[in-house]
Design a protein around this ligand. Sequence first.
Ligand code: NAD
Length: 254
Amino acid sequence: MRLKEKVCLITGAASGIGAAIAQRFAEEGAWVEIGDRDADRGRETARRIAETGGRVHFSPLDVRNRQSADAWAEDVIHRHGRIDVLVNNAGISAVGELHEVSEELWQDVMAVNVTGVFLVSRAVIPEMMRRRTGSVINMSSCIAEMGLARRAAYAASKGAVLSLTRSMQVDYARYHIRVNALLPGTIMTPFVEGYLKRDYDNPEEALALLKQRQLADDLGRPEDVADAALYLASDESRYVMGSGLVVDGGITAG
Ligand code: NAD
């Protein structure tokens, strides 16, 4: 049990990578707190995890909203008395070259992917500072390290998350809080399925191109990222600070 009795908060855990992290953490003995703006799906995910013996609780959460983030952290602290791990996973996609991106989409992707990390971290970190321990994991993307076609707004948001991660690490190291980022490649989730359908004329051709740009034969699975998150959450990574762990089937190496 690598997370025995640890209180772990995961945003955007109703679906995809977040749901896989929640499942994995629960299997390792954590108390899992799922926060997501999709309440139906969030409750369904929590029910599935509970059915396999996991200790899990769902709360409606909008990471863009200060009151929502603060209320979530307060409620968890009230029920558990502490927070050990925070995974800032909630995120949305934005496809298009810069001139195609509406101001509304730009603001929305920044609000969820960047401001969301800021607001939820700000709500949780004081409790970690009080106990002088904690692990924060921010979901960036391999796109933070490279240029990829038609991802201007999304890439900017994920680059910001990586920079924020390093700054947070410098500031909170003295409280023994570790802050690391995950940089996934193409992981088959509703997020990727959604943008393939919505933003490409030929989704099959787009999928083939996604596969071509990596070295691995298969696209990533949410569980691949969940295993990396487990490592960063657990004490096994005690010497890993301010890093960006790439889980991308070789996209950035190739
Ligand atoms: P997903 O769409 O399956 O899940 C994202 C979850 O975030 C959903 O449950 C959604 O309801 C929730 N969410 C969205 N906005 C929210 C908000 N304002 N407040 C609370 N919850 C909100 O996507 P995924 O593929 O599992 O992506 C998870 C994270 O991983 C995202 O940050 C994404 O950018 C990142 N990522 C994904 C990939 C990939 O290929 N799938 C690659 C790199 C990075």
